[in-house]
Design a protein around this ligand. Structure first.
Ligand code: 5GP
Ligand code: ZN
Length: 113
């Protein structure tokens, strides 16, 4: 079966897309864990961050720029926010199309669970 995040990027599956450009798509998480919980994905299918290649370096930098833009647009930049990328099952990764979570709008706990 085709990757669910590829399907969202191709708009074959509905999601609340809040940002899109040539390289990336950002959409709100279907099961939010904070008042702001958005996922940023590369349009290119990359399963985990372990699969990144040298040629993806610009793409990864770009995902962080998009995260900063979303944090500012959603009004959480100054208060603070958290970026998370899970990698492989023990981290909690469930969707094997790499994605950056952006969490904000509440106090975050440390250490993370
Ligand atoms: P992971 O656990 O792989 O780091 O994160 C996957 C995230 O994707 C979870 O937070 C989950 O709620 C979210 N998710 C799973 N399926 C969908 C979907 O169909 N639409 C949206 N918007 N989020 C999804
Ligand atoms: Zn994919």
């Amino acid at each position: 079966m085709e990757c669910i995040f590829c399907r969202i990027a191709q708009r074959k599956q509905l999601a609340k897309i809040i940002y899109e450009d040539d390289l990336s798509v950002a959409f709100d998480d279907i099961n939010p864990q904070a008042p702001v919980h958005t996922l940023i994905i590369p349009k290119k299918h990359i399963s985990t961050n372990l699969d990144l290649r040298e040629e993806d370096n610009v793409l990864i930098g770009h995902l962080f720029q998009v995260a900063n833009k979303i944090a500012r647009d959603k009004g959480i930049a100054e208060r603070g926010f958290r970026l998370v990328m899970n990698c492989n099952p023990e981290s909690g990764q469930t969707i094997f199309h790499m994605h950056l979570h952006i969490f904000g709008g509440r106090r975050m706990h440390w250490p993370p669970g």
